[in-house]
Design a protein. Structure first.
Length: 229
């Protein structure tokens, strides 16, 4: 594999792509298994402190890094935080913001939307889960010499990458939470990220606690989300 450099301004140089077709029977069996398995995924807010094999997390990040992105700019940085002191600082800053949010900043409409989820300003998962993955979006490209170039469809690109990350983690038997403390500016400061990066999500990763509970949610059926024309 060639090492990565920005493609910006390069000519179009296509290469052949002919993946083997999966026999239909095999594809149907695999997709049915995947569909059922993904329906078991739940956002978890109560984590065990048990360690997680590091390779599972690295593999999931590598999967996320295969996501399609605007102009193939891969506008993401994954900061994997284990250091307990750094995590304590992140928790403290996140809870300080959330106290203000839940104390009224969100407004009654938003608080009503959150009530069935049982969330509040306490964020023990930020220090309980063995890994804290902070995903940053690169708002623009920054070359080593300090010059910059535009990034396109950053929100969509990083959102797709995080979706693939969550899928990979779940298939590896791990639980995760997409946490978006607001405002998130403190994350760039605590983690000393460069000026082109803004925090996109904080994702605790681990195993659910033995006494973990989740809200009693149902999902929309395929009929409710699919329109066929
Ligand atoms: N960021 C807050 C509030 C929150 C907002 C939404 I939208 C959620 O789906 C869940 C929580 C928090 O993390 O508690």
């Amino acid at each position: 594999m060639m090492t990565w450099t920005p493609l910006h301004g390069h000519p179009y140089e296509p290469i052949p792509y002919h993946p083997n077709r999966i026999p239909v029977e095999q594809a149907l069996a695999a997709s049915a298994v995947l569909r059922a398995r993904m329906d078991e995924r739940r956002t978890v807010r109560m984590f065990a402190t048990d360690p997680v094999p590091e390779q599972l997390v690295l593999d999931a990040i590598a999967v996320a890094n295969t996501a399609p992105s605007g102009a193939h700019q891969q506008p993401w940085t994954f900061v994997l935080v284990e250091d307990p002191e750094v995590r304590a600082r992140i928790r403290e800053a996140a809870e300080a913001e959330e106290r203000i949010s839940y104390g009224g900043r969100l407004g009654e409409e938003w608080l009503s939307a959150l009530r069935p989820l049982g969330t509040d300003e306490h964020k023990p998962h930020l220090t309980d889960a063995p890994y804290l993955l902070v995903v940053f979006q690169q708002r623009y490209g920054l070359r080593a010499d300090g010059t910059t170039y535009k990034h396109y469809y950053g929100d969509e690109s990083v959102g797709i990458a995080v979706g693939m990350l969550l899928t990979a983690l779940h298939l590896a038997g791990l639980a995760a939470l997409t946490h978006t403390p607001s405002p998130m500016k403190f994350l760039g400061e605590v983690l000393a990220r460069p000026r082109n990066e803004k925090a996109f999500a904080v994702i605790p990763i681990g195993y659910p606690a033995d006494d973990s509970v989740v809200p009693n949610l149902t999902r929309k059926s395929l009929d409710q989300v699919l329109v066929r024309v």
